[in-house]
Design a protein. Sequence first.
Length: 87
Amino acid sequence: MKKPFEPELSGPSLIAATVALTNPVAAKGKKVFDQEGCAECHGEDLTGTSAAPTLIGVGDKRDSAKLESILKQPTDAMTDGGMTPVS
């Protein structure tokens, strides 16, 4: 007997891509994430790694001005980990 069809759930990166299609702020964030190689430390699925924390929900924790400031002037810990300022 065949197993019943069970759809595969989308991973976080696909969800982020979908949100980016409908939200201009999310689209800008995804573009920066992709261009700057943020996945190397934060993970492709945004869940974080031993090198950097999760980015899931970061927009709910910090306002856009704070996020922009952090990207333009990373903390010492971020630069020690290899992050360069985003222009």
